[in-house]
Design a protein around this ligand. Structure first.
Ligand code: G4P
Length: 194
């Protein structure tokens, strides 16, 4: 996605050989026009898959997921990483280990928002090691629903996530793929959509 690549080049900051900061438009401040374009890109990629629901994880997955939901005309559910006053029973959970943060956390979605008839698209902002997406897939499967695809805004192709998710046999689409962040420079792997 050309627009996203230009935004990353212009407003992204390489923090290390492994981490790209995109707080200016995705992870802290959010660019609504860009998010709408991201939603349109996901809708065009997955529009023929019969998606009934989108599942993401708080917090940075929510903006792209909502725009994809808007364009596909389906509801969006986000997994919570913290306990909620109202989200108390009937929970589907998964344990997610973050290699980036070296922390283990439990993510949860209420069983009432997923049914066995759902055909679910998973959306997330970053694909690093794939653990968050795998946790979401586990929750979808616990509900007896089908995981129809995974849509990623920014894939760091030099980490393990893509391989992990390809191993699940589920369609994975990333709007941009980053081959390397070495030398303080973003090198893109290939363009998926323009
Ligand atoms: P994984 O799910 O692919 O295994 O990723 P990992 O555990 O390594 O990542 C943990 C958190 O760090 C996630 O956000 C993920 O989006 C974020 N992250 C990973 N790599 C990068 C990067 O290069 N740049 C940025 N900006 N974020 C990265 P989170 O902690 O859940 O945060 P949020 O969604 O609440 O914002």
């Amino acid at each position: 996605m050309e627009l996203l690549k230009r935004k990353i080049e212009k407003e992204g900051t390489v923090l290390s050989d492994e981490v790209l900061k995109v707080d200016a438009f995705l992870n802290h401040q959010i660019d609504p026009e860009l998010m709408l374009a991201v939603g349109e890109a996901f809708a065009s990629l997955f529009g023929s898959e019969g998606i009934t629901k989108i599942v993401t994880i708080e917090s940075s997955g929510i903006a792209p997921a909502v725009m994809a939901g808007l364009k596909l005309g389906v509801p969006v559910v986000f997994a919570r990483k913290r306990q909620s006053l109202t989200l108390t029973d009937n929970l589907l959970t998964a344990s997610v280990y973050s290699f980036t943060k070296k922390t283990e956390s439990t993510i949860a979605i209420s069983a009432s928002h997923l049914s066995k008839n759902d055909n679910v698209l998973v959306i997330d902002d970053f694909l690093a090691n794939g653990q968050a997406a795998k946790g979401l897939i586990s929750i979808i499967e616990q509900a007896g629903a089908k995981a129809a695809g995974i849509g990623i805004v920014i894939e760091k192709s030099f980490q393990n996530g893509r391989k992990e998710l390809d191993g699940l046999g589920i369609r994975v689409e990333s709007l941009v793929r980053i081959a390397s962040l070495e030398g303080g420079k973003v090198t893109f792997l290939q363009e998926v959509r323009s």
